[in-house]
Design a protein around this ligand. Structure first.
Ligand code: OAD
Length: 245
């Protein structure tokens, strides 16, 4: 197996998806076959679904909060913490996961592209998102203290845009990495490469002259665009993949 050398010249951008949390016991999206209680996930993870039945949406996310609070980071998460400690500001982790396991493991330079299960925001007013681990009882839809309108999970739903500030952080990091005179490396782990813009990062990094790595259990949809491909579980592969120099 090739080694990923992380030395004082390396800038590393990591992208993670649901597969990285699979060994902690969080089901992947495609693994759930896109259904929750026989309904398409879009029914509970879209602005239309929230307008139609906010109580159902809150029941879905309350259940996911409960499940995510009960699991623990795995050796894949821990390996990324060790890499970040070694590289410092030359490391950035972009995750599509909303379970908060990366920060619980100790990762600090994290962009949560799809939001966070343990944050809530107002569906109407500008009140900033706030920490909220509440598991609401079935039928309860919390309301905003500031404006009285409905609160919603701080999650990027189907059909919604990513926060431009998050995209900017990833682009700024990539630009610094590409112009640093050092070695720019991108590694994606546990992601099916089906959802954009995350699935397109590999192309941008290649265009900028970076090296690309994929660690995934099954072939991802964008596999062929990676230079190094490792088939396996992230919790087994990541802890032994890097040589910290
Ligand atoms: P997916 O469920 O699409 O893909 C998970 C990938 O992880 C699959 O390719 C699996 O083969 C792989 N996998 C499973 N177990 C693994 C393991 N132990 N180690 C390594 N790989 C493993 O999840 P994502 O790619 O994260 O968006 O999905 C991207 C987005 O699609 C999600 O963030 C979600 C969904 O629409 C939103 O909610 C906005």
């Amino acid at each position: 197996m090739d080694s990923l050398i992380l030395d004082s010249n390396t800038w590393l951008l990591v992208l993670t998806g649901a597969g990285v949390s699979a060994e902690s016991g969080v089901p992947t999206f495609r693994g759930m076959s896109g259904l929750w209680e026989d309904q398409p996930v879009e029914a509970v993870a879209s602005p239309e679904g929230f307008r139609k039945d906010p109580a159902l949406v809150w029941r879905f996310y309350s259940e996911r909060r409960k499940a995510a609070a009960a699991v623990h980071p795995n050796p894949g998460h821990e390996a990324l913490v060790a890499w970040e400690r070694h590289l410092g500001d030359r490391f950035l982790l972009a995750t599509q996961n909303v379970d908060g396991l990366h920060t619980r493991a100790g990762s600090q330079r994290v962009v949560e592209m799809h939001g966070n299960l343990f944050k809530t925001r107002c569906s109407r007013c500008e009140r900033p998102p706030f920490e909220d681990a509440t598991v609401y009882p079935a039928g309860v839809v919390p309301e905003c203290d500031a404006c009285g309108k409905l609160l919603r999970p701080h999650i990027v739903w189907f059909g919604e845009y990513l926060d431009p500030a998050d995209i900017q952080r990833i682009e700024d990091f990539s630009l610094r990495a590409a112009t640093s005179g050092g070695r720019f490396v991108f590694l994606a782990a546990g992601t099916s490469g089906a959802v954009y813009p995350a699935a397109g990062i590999v192309d941008q990094v290649r265009k900028a002259g970076g090296k690309t790595w994929l660690v995934n259990l099954d072939p991802a949809e964008n596999s062929s665009r990676f230079e190094h491909r490792i088939v396996g579980k992230s919790g087994e592969v990541l802890p032994t993949l890097a040589k910290l120099a």
